[in-house]
Design a protein around this ligand. Structure first.
Ligand code: RB5
Length: 149
């Protein structure tokens, strides 16, 4: 598995703990920055990661900004991307089981690095539930087909 990661200055505090978790699991990581806490624009990093997930070059993505919100909004502008903000292990399980989310977005001003790593672990370990959830995700795909080129 290959995972793309990206963050802005508001989310970079979470990156070391998440990269450590991915390294421990032997998961290949492609890091699109940023690399220090200088102020940058979160859409640039959301797009870089989402582009790789949408193209299939990366299997999943992890995004971090101050809240996880702005960077997930940017990522969701890519066809085939389902990015969701999580605040705890319950929401991390739900975006995998119910939403088949291929990107998890986290807030560096909301959760601790330790919490973030636990949430990523839960998201990675939870399979998509299928069944009624598959029908709902199919409806999201139909909305994309209607609205994206
Ligand atoms: C940056 O100050 C902040 O706006 C950004 O990290 C993020 O929280 C946006 O949604």
């Amino acid at each position: 598995m290959k995972i793309a990661i990206g963050c802005d200055h508001g989310g970079i505090v979470l990156k070391p703990a998440i990269v450590q978790l991915l390294n421990q699991r032997g998961i290949e990581v492609e890091d699109f920055g940023c690399y220090d806490d200088s102020s940058v624009d979160y859409p640039d990093y959301g797009a870089a990661v989402a582009r790789k997930v949408a193209s299939g070059e990366c299997d999943k993505g992890i995004l971090m900004c101050g809240t996880g919100i702005g960077i997930s909004i940017a990522a969701n502008k890519f066809k085939g991307v389902r990015a969701g903000v999580c605040h705890d292990e319950f929401t991390a399980r739900m975006i995998a089981e119910h939403n088949d989310a291929n990107i998890i977005a986290l807030g560096g001003r909301i959760v601790s690095p330790e919490q973030a790593a636990k949430m990523v672990a839960v998201w990675l370990d939870t399979p998509f539930g299928g069944g009624r959830h598959a029908g709902r995700v199919a409806k999201i795909k139909a909305i994309e087909d209607e609205n994206f080129k």
